[in-house]
Design a protein around this ligand. Structure first.
Ligand code: SF4
Length: 203
């Protein structure tokens, strides 16, 4: 019988992979109508509010780190995207922290890491400083909702928005309106603004 794929091929792919994505949790704090795990779709596994095991994921990372340090790695100093996906990943923030800490302390000189996360932004204000500190790239799942919320404050404000407010201005309006507990100093917001412009995209 002809062999198409051998275990060595898989190891070599893992030793040179460009991205590792963790489905941090299948839980979510929204119920968007259009959700790929919602009523319009049927080809997904049941959502059970599960959280990915930190212990098992770190074991998997250690396996990868050994491969990255091995002779199977032919991509010296390559950047690897470490991505966090859900559900809503921020409902399992401790997982994200553990994985980031582990990689940053792994002394893996053959790899650089870029962290990224897809999020609905509902809990983002709690953890924003952490994401800035670790230079996360953020993809905001409901960016249109965020912008719509910001732009629906009043007709006058909407006019201003259409007239060219930057995304961080719109987000600040939105945060002020929807999150009573957001307390961002001017200095913090200056950091956030630069960060949003450079690192955040959305759909
Ligand atoms: S935020 Fe994302 S995962 Fe959650 S319900 Fe909406 S589309 Fe689905």
């Amino acid at each position: 019988m002809k062999e198409y794929l051998k275990s060595g091929d898989i190891k070599k792919c893992l030793a040179n992979t460009l991205q590792v994505t963790f489905e941090v949790t299948d839980a979510c704090n929204l119920r968007c109508e259009y959700c790929g795990y919602g009523k319009f779709y049927s080809d997904y596994d049941d959502r059970k509010n599960q959280r990915l095991s930190i212990e098992k994921s770190i074991r998997f990372l250690d396996y990868l780190i050994d491969l990255w340090k091995s002779t199977l790695n032919t991509s010296i100093n390559q950047n690897v995207y470490i991505s966090f996906y859900g559900g809503e990943p921020l409902m399992n923030f401790s997982f994200i922290q553990s994985i980031v800490d582990h990689l940053l302390n792994a002394n893996c000189n053959t790899r650089r890491f870029t962290f990224s996360m897809t999020t609905n932004a509902i809990l983002l204000n709690r953890y924003m400083k952490y994401f800035i500190k670790h230079n996360f790239k953020l993809k905001i799942m409901n960016k249109n909702f965020v912008l719509k919320s910001a732009t629906s404050l009043s007709k006058g404000e909407m006019k201003n928005v259409k007239g060219g407010m930057s995304y961080c201005d719109r987000l600040q309006e939105w945060a002020n309106t929807y999150y009573q507990d957001v307390r961002i100093s001017d200095g913090d917001w200056d950091d956030w603004g630069d960060y949003w412009d450079a690192h955040c995209s959305g759909n």
